[in-house]
Design a protein around this ligand. Structure first.
Ligand code: SF4
Length: 367
């Protein structure tokens, strides 16, 4: 079985007996892992970047961002020195923008405190902004071969099924339980691959619905499989409750130029640019033109002299527990209006130069 070259160099020693479980799981992982770009590198910076991007974002979405980001910002120094607008623009569309801000703060701390060398232990990594238990363990084990266990949502699901863990997984006791179980199974000689194998198993076979137990390499160890009820695990008593909201988006246009506002530091996603948005009551159909005119007049927006109002295709977007339905309206204005603070008139061609919110990007696709 191939061993991570960093682990080989470090000659990690362990008194723990080698577990059959780990051996089988790693064999399966070596033969079946998806060829993801961050698995082809030993560069701690690139591994760390991938872990930050993968938080709350699907693998398929992350891949093009990962390549583009590494080209623009290939190392700690380039991130530490980058203007925030450049970082936000490169991140635009990935969501959860606090991740990139924290990533930059961490890079600045590394440049200052460790002369650009990324710390190699979970303990040191956790002193950096934005690196919690999970990310610190992932970077320490994958990039530096530290024998620490990673527990994310996928791993929790696998472990809860392997051991038929019947308590609520949102409780603090569950986190401790899964940490201990993951550590007890971990192959200390190959912790990075082991951790990735557990996550890969959760992502590809031990899925929330219809797990592919017949293909699972560790099925003989799995209590839930033996009881024929894997989908009963993990136990989650508190379900996420979603709130439905509706918004109107105002797409002001003067000739080739569009009006955008910059989100303030008091809002989520500060520094991102968007077509102005306003909440509107939950409606079955698109708001009436009269409602739109009233909203524009109340907000003193530049197109109070609008000559044409055209509804665009409604879009849907989910942010955390908010399910949004957005009704965009194109408002063609007749003459140049004064630019307000934190706003800009910009040509369609140059829109992509700004860090745009995902909602704005979705609307832009229909222009
Ligand atoms: Fe998951 Fe099924 Fe494998 Fe058990 S046997 S770990 S439920 S995929």
């Amino acid at each position: 079985m191939a061993q991570n070259p960093v682990c080989k160099m470090m000659s990690v020693k362990s008194s723990a007996p080698f577990k059959l479980f780990s051996k089988i799981l790693l064999g399966w992982y070596n033969a079946n892992q998806r060829p993801l770009p961050w698995r082809k590198t030993q560069d701690p910076y690139a591994i760390w970047l991938s872990e930050i991007m993968l938080q709350q974002t699907q693998v398929a979405t992350v891949i093009p961002y990962y390549h583009r980001f590494l080209k623009l910002f290939p190392d700690i120094k380039s991130i530490a020195n980058a203007p925030e607008q450049d970082l936000l623009q490169a991140w635009a569309g990935l969501g959860y923008y606090n991740r990139i801000r924290q990533f930059q703060k961490a890079a600045q701390k590394i440049a200052f405190k460790w002369q650009g060398r990324i710390p190699s232990t979970k303990e040191e990594l956790q002193t950096l902004p934005g690196l919690g238990d999970y990310t610190a363990a992932a970077v320490a084990s994958i990039a530096f071969c530290e024998p620490v266990a990673v527990v994310d949502g996928n791993v929790m699901r696998v472990l809860s099924r392997l051991f038929c863990y019947s308590e609520d997984i949102s409780k603090a006791a569950a986190k401790k339980y899964f940490q201990e179980k993951a550590l007890s199974l971990l192959d200390p000689k190959n912790p990075g691959d082991f951790n990735q194998a557990m996550m890969e198993l959760g992502a590809t076979l031990c899925t929330p619905q219809k797990p592919k137990c017949l293909l699972c390499p560790v099925q003989k160890f799995c209590k839930a499989r033996n009881q024929a009820n894997p989908e009963n695990f993990p136990v989650k008593l508190k379900k996420t409750t979603y709130v439905n909201e509706q918004l109107v988006a105002f797409v002001f246009q003067q000739n080739d130029a569009f009006f955008l506002r910059k989100r303030t530091t008091k809002e989520i996603m500060p520094g991102m640019w968007e077509f102005p948005l306003l909440p509107c009551p939950i409606l079955k159909n698109s708001p009436s033109l009269k409602t739109i005119q009233n909203l524009i007049a109340k907000n003193h927006w530049p197109a109070s002299l609008n000559s044409l109002i055209k509804p665009l295709k409604p879009i849907r977007h989910t942010i955390m527990n908010r399910r949004l339905k957005i009704f965009p309206f194109l408002l063609k204005t007749k003459k140049e209006n004064k630019v307000q603070k934190n706003s800009i008139w910009i040509s369609k061609r140059k829109l992509s130069l700004l860090p745009l919110t995902t909602i704005t990007k979705k609307i832009q696709e229909n222009l």
